[in-house]
Design a protein around this ligand. Structure first.
Ligand code: AMP
Length: 287
């Protein structure tokens, strides 16, 4: 596995392979890799000839009071995981290589970024859209995978690829969970044992919302109240938002017709949990 640090060398690697007719896959990550990342890597590994994984804790997607400096970093373990999974190139740029002096372009996807994570973290999606566009420009992949765990981010990347005619195939993979339902996340290592025990409540709340919809409830407001009620069982966890939304626009739904995505974010101590579940309304069989 090649370890590549400079954007120029990364593009040279990709250009050479492209000239040989090789299909290139890219899985962008911020490192501290876990089984959620592994699932994305395995998915793309099967569908491309040459696979690159980027590991870059992107400073521009963190707000001034967020956890940039304490974000978990474990590059040796990450490289090991990548090697085991048959990754061909690990792209590990420095922040100054990505944002050299004079850098000024930003990418924004304003409608998708407006609500939910975008409202809670005003700097976040501008940073994400810009770094993803840069990574696509540097690696020039044919295909890429993102996790459904970050539902709004995946929607933003889909829009960005379409709007900028990048022609990259996007695969959005299901959320990988711990046995008790907690969505895997690099930030879960910050949870104390007590917080870790309580954290799956967010998934339980979203699951209760899904059950209510599958049971016939179609009123978005009522589904929301059911989810909020579950979250009250853990008063130490502060809900940032819970929402019943349209799967494409992410606008809140008052009435659920065909499908919905249930989005949630909550704070437990200094750790922010986010999660989501999609629900398809069962079609009635004709008698
Ligand atoms: P991150 O390193 O947190 O920026 O995540 C890199 C990619 O992995 C993103 O596309 C995430 O959505 C995805 N990802 C993170 N956690 C999970 C998970 N539990 N299941 C599936 N994908 C995930």
């Amino acid at each position: 596995m090649k370890i590549i640090r400079s954007p120029r060398a990364m593009t040279a690697w990709s250009d050479q392979l492209r000239r040989e007719g090789v299909t290139i896959g890219l899985v962008p990550t911020m490192g501290a890799l876990h089984d959620g990342h592994r699932a994305l890597i395995r998915d793309i590994r099967l569908r491309c000839d040459a696979l690159a994984v980027s590991i870059f804790v992107n400073p521009t997607q963190f707000g001034p009071k967020e956890d940039l400096t304490t974000y978990p970093r474990q590059i040796a373990r990450d490289r090991m995981l990548c090697r085991t999974e048959g990754v061909d190139a690990c792209f590990e740029p420095t922040a100054s290589a990505m944002y050299p002096e004079g850098f000024q372009t930003t990418v924004s996807v304003p409608d998708i970024a407006r609500r939910w994570e975008g409202a809670a973290r005003p700097h976040h999606f501008g940073g994400v859209a810009t770094v993803v566009a840069k990574l696509f420009g540097i690696v020039r992949p044919h295909l890429t995978a993102f996790g459904q765990k970050d539902y709004q981010q995946a929607a933003l990347v889909r829009q960005l690829i379409a709007d900028l005619n990048l022609g990259i195939e996007l695969d959005v993979r299901p959320t990988v969970r711990e046995e008790d339902g907690l969505a895997m996340s690099s930030r879960n290592v910050y949870l104390s044992p007590d917080q870790r025990r309580r954290a799956p409540i967010l998934y339980r709340a979203l699951s209760a919302g899904r059950q209510a919809i599958l049971g016939g409830l179609r009123d978005g407001g009522k589904v929301n109240r059911i989810m909020k009620q579950i979250m009250k069982q853990e008063p130490v966890i502060q809900v940032e938002y819970l929402a019943v939304c349209d799967v494409a626009s992410l606008e809140p739904l008052s009435k659920i017709v065909r499908s919905a995505v249930l989005l949630g974010a909550a704070r437990i101590g200094s750790v922010r949990l986010i999660d989501n579940i999609t629900v398809s309304v069962p079609t009635r069989k004709r008698s």
